[in-house]
Design a protein around this ligand. Structure first.
Ligand code: SIN
Ligand code: FE2
Length: 217
């Protein structure tokens, strides 16, 4: 992997365990990661998931890389080893992402899933908790590429007050420890804030440990 840029970690009060590394990936590294994700998308095309029961489409398109991928369809939310439309195994996780996990996750086992979210200009993601994993001891590590977004986070309870801040291309956000199960979402994409992607929009990558290490090895 190319040399790491210096990182600045800021604790986002008042939630311990929520850590922002502003510009973790420098512009050159962002371009390399973008190209690696283009290769992933070539093998495992973005698709539009739908909400369980209602069947309402997400505004975000998704794919995955790594041994497991997060999928949503009428039957529910789950992790599975294959793409729901092509039936093929997910492509391998780019090495920059496993290296990122080793640097920031503080967890002794590798990530198993990298969810790739593609936000067109008008896409958003409602407040939710990432809770489909068997292991909440591992954090969720998230990377932003392309246009900035307004990211919203709250507390463990849905009704807890929320705050928002901007995530920019190259930023890494870690939700771990007491912040592992907080509510979070994306209010909106802030257009024309990056030239990394050919079209306007944003890519978010979230790395997750799905199974408890040792159990399904
Ligand atoms: C997610 O919660 O899966 C995505 C968050 C983001 O796009 O920053
Ligand atoms: Fe999430």
């Amino acid at each position: 992997m190319t040399e790491q840029s210096p990182t600045r970690a800021a604790d986002l009060e008042p939630v311990p365990g929520l850590r922002l590394y502003s510009l973790y990936f420098n512009p050159q590294q962002q371009a390399e990661l973008r190209d690696a994700i283009r290769d992933v998308v070539r093998q495992a095309p973005l698709y539009t998931p739908v909400m369980p029961r209602s069947g309402r489409p997400f505004s975000v398109r998704m794919t995955n890389c790594g041994p497991l991928g997060w999928v949503a369809d009428k039957a529910g939310y789950r992790y599975q080893p294959t793409h729901p439309e092509t039936g093929e195994p997910w492509p391998a996780m780019p090495p920059q992402l496993t290296a990122l996990w080793e640097n920031v996750a503080g967890f002794g086992a590798p990530p198993e899933a990298c969810l790739v979210n593609h936000y067109a200009e008008s896409a958003r993601m409602g407040l939710h908790v990432d809770e489909d994993e068997q292991d909440f001891d591992a954090p969720v590590v998230s990377v932003s590429l392309g246009d900035s977004c307004l990211f919203r986070y709250g507390g463990l309870a849905r009704r807890d007050p929320t705050r928002s801040f901007r995530l920019h291309s190259g930023d890494v956000l870690v939700m771990g420890g007491p912040a592992r199960l907080i509510h979070h979402g994306v209010d909106r994409i802030i257009k024309d804030t990056s030239t990394l992607l050919t079209q306007s929009g944003r890519i978010n990558l979230t790395l997750r440990r799905v199974t408890k290490p040792g159990l399904n090895a």
